[in-house]
Design a protein around this ligand. Structure first.
Ligand SMILES: Nc1ncnc2c1ncn2[C@@H]1O[C@H](COP(=O)(O)OP(=O)(O)OP(=O)(O)O)[C@@H](O)[C@H]1O
Length: 231
């Protein structure tokens, strides 16, 4: 599904503050896997997620998505690939705080030029799924952290993406809400979605939901406990 070949990412290359965030990584992700990227702060987890999700390009190496080489495509193509392929969930949620829950869900789909009615129906369906129906007119600012995380997840599903990418999704949740999030991710996986999470939260990486753990240290792959399990 996603193949990463000998990928390195260097920030500020050739400058005094150069950072080798990822070094010579080769990996393959398979449909239906639930993968966690784990490792200490600064080990390269977010950078790897950004490359997988076509949000950044590697300095060296090649990335294939469904056998299509995506690592050198121009941004206009990448934007479309991101919209159609990935649902992103970030630790800071990245929601528009002074805008209603419903508009937060519909906003990222505007470039797809779907009819307003279709987007609204889809958004209301997802809000119902996440127990947020009665909050659709509420401004995000007025929601609790757990509710905001559910809105972020609902928004990630608006384009019905086959792959969910989540960067430290439990960072601002207590243990109970973290387990609730994992339950939702389990359901999304049962629907056939591939899930790739970066996390150093043991609630996440020790969860039975996870079928593959990939360890990073100083930008290098140090551990891959179940490569190919999803084949
Ligand atoms: N945009 C950037 N410009 C320069 N350096 C960066 C940038 N993004 C990340 N880095 C550096 O790259 C290295 C890897 O960072 P990354 O955020 O990928 O690690 P991480 O494992 O996700 O860390 P954390 O768990 O703290 O989020 C770090 O040394 C970081 O400072």
């Amino acid at each position: 599904m996603i193949r990463i070949e000998e990928v390195s990412k260097i920030y500020h290359q050739g400058k005094p503050d150069e950072v080798r965030a990822l070094q010579d990584i080769s990996l393959e992700f398979f449909p239906g896997e639930v993968v966690v990227l784990t490792g200490p702060s600064g080990s390269g987890k977010s950078t790897l997620l950004a490359l997988i999700g076509c949000m950044a390009r590697p300095t060296q190496g090649t990335i294939y998505l469904q056998e299509r080489r995506v690592s050198r495509l121009p941004e206009s193509f990448l934007a479309r690939i991101r919209r159609e392929t990935y649902g992103f969930v970030f630790q800071q949620y990245h929601l528009l705080r002074d805008v209603s829950v419903l508009d937060n869900l519909m906003f990222p789909l505007y470039p797809a030029a779907l009819p307003y009615k279709t987007m609204r129906e889809r958004a209301l369906l997802l809000l119902n799924k996440f127990d947020l129906s009665d909050r659709h007119k509420t401004n995000v600012r007025q929601l609790s952290g757990g509710e905001q995380q559910r809105v972020a997840l609902a928004r990630a599903l608006m384009a019905d993406p086959p792959i969910i990418i989540a960067d430290e999704p439990t960072a601002h949740l207590d243990a109970e809400l973290s387990l609730e999030l994992l339950k939702i991710l389990t359901e999304l996986n049962a629907e056939g979605r591939t899930i790739i999470i970066a996390s150093h939260d043991p609630v996440v990486y020790q969860s039975p939901l996870i079928n593959r753990r990939i360890g990073l240290r100083h930008g290098k792959l140090v551990d891959d406990n179940n490569a190919g399990a999803g084949q």
